[in-house]
Write a protein that binds this ligand. Structure first.
Ligand SMILES: CC(C)(COP(=O)(O)OP(=O)(O)OC[C@H]1O[C@@H](n2cnc3c(N)ncnc32)[C@H](O)[C@@H]1OP(=O)(O)O)[C@@H](O)C(=O)NCCC(=O)NCCS
Length: 295
């Protein structure tokens, strides 16, 4: 078994995707679908993500290959202005339980050694939770909300108390400032990819500034704002924007994000517990909803 750096190639991007699909798809409790069920759009999103991180963080992205050269594990991490993040960690079921996960995590943590803050959106896999805690992360249990926001629910949501518009690259500076204030480090180059792959909603007025991304699978992620009032407004707008019948998903909410839970309940979403937001050197940012990948 060797660990090697991930390369910015389609072949390596596919290696990470297959490890992830086989690992998460094999689990009954973790989100994911068997490899054959991945639609082309989802494959393209995963390749885009893997290649982006191999480019931005070549020292933080690792692939484990067995003696036959087959990929068996992967770990991708980022460094953004003193904030280290784990974008992905997976070990194929046949290679699990033999220390490979710990080794992969160690390689990514070594890359983040100079960072004061660390963030991981952890799954409910007990091995993942154990590994992150032993690495010094505080485990904050997380809530996930989901459900279809139908017409009745949309009518029930309070009207927006200010303007929300679709943003783009011109909001980069604003988003970086809001990130520095909420989580201590801007997302910088990640916005280039996020803007290509997701819709961006922005609110920027005398009451404050904020933004959030919404994927075409209905997932609301990476919401950051300078006040709870703005955060509520953005989440409400994101839920209202979903096409009829799309299931909304709002994962990774710690107890600090009650403002989001209140919006979700008003929209008729269901709450359940799901995994952890794992933090080192920082309190849960708020108001904030992390991205599972870009955190
Ligand atoms: C989580 C995962 C990456 C860990 O990799 P692994 O190679 O199986 O794990 P390791 O053999 O390195 O063991 C990790 C730790 O979990 C501990 N562990 C194993 N089984 C455990 C259990 N049932 N409960 C608690 N801890 C457990 C091990 O003792 C080890 O701790 P140690 O380093 O102090 O000895 C891997 O199991 C996996 O891919 N799981 C599914 C996908 C996933 O959840 N990824 C994490 C996304 S955030």
């Amino acid at each position: 078994m060797i660990l090697r750096r991930l390369r910015d190639t389609e072949e390596d991007a596919e290696a990470v995707r297959t490890v992830s699909a086989a690992t998460f798809g094999a689990s009954r409790t973790l989100p994911g679908a068997p490899d054959a069920e991945w639609p082309p759009r989802r494959v393209a999103l995963a390749h885009g993500r893997n290649r982006h991180l191999a480019r931005t963080d070549p020292g933080g992205c690792w692939l484990a290959v067995d003696d036959a050269g087959m990929p068996v594990g992967a770990a991708l991490s980022t460094r953004r202005e003193g904030t280290w993040g784990l974008a992905m960690l997976a070990v194929l079921p046949r290679a699990q339980g033999r220390g490979l996960g710990r080794e992969l995590l160690a390689a990514t943590l070594a890359y983040g050694r100079a960072c004061l803050r660390g963030i991981i959106v952890g799954s409910e896999d007990p091995r993942a939770a154990a590994t992150y805690r032993r690495a010094g992360f505080t485990l904050h249990p997380a809530i996930r909300m989901r459900g279809v926001v139908d017409k009745v629910a949309k009518d029930r949501l309070p009207p927006l108390d200010g303007a929300v518009f679709e943003g783009g690259a011109r909001q980069r500076d604003m988003m970086d400032s809001v990130d520095r204030r909420t989580r201590g480090g801007a997302h910088g180059p990640d916005h280039d990819l996020l803007l290509r792959q997701r819709r961006l909603f922005v609110s920027d007025d005398l009451a404050g500034s904020g933004y959030c991304y919404v994927g075409d699978d209905g997932t609301v992620e990476l919401l950051a704002a300078t006040s709870r009032r703005l955060a509520k407004r953005l989440l409400t707008a994101a839920l209202l924007s979903l096409p009829e019948g799309t299931e909304a998903r709002v994962p990774s909410l710690t107890a600090e994000q009650e403002w989001a839970v209140d919006v979700g309940l008003a929209a008729g979403l269901e709450l359940s517990t799901r995994g952890y937001v794992c933090l080192r050197g920082m309190r849960p940012p708020a108001p904030y909803i992390p991205s599972g990948t870009f955190l």
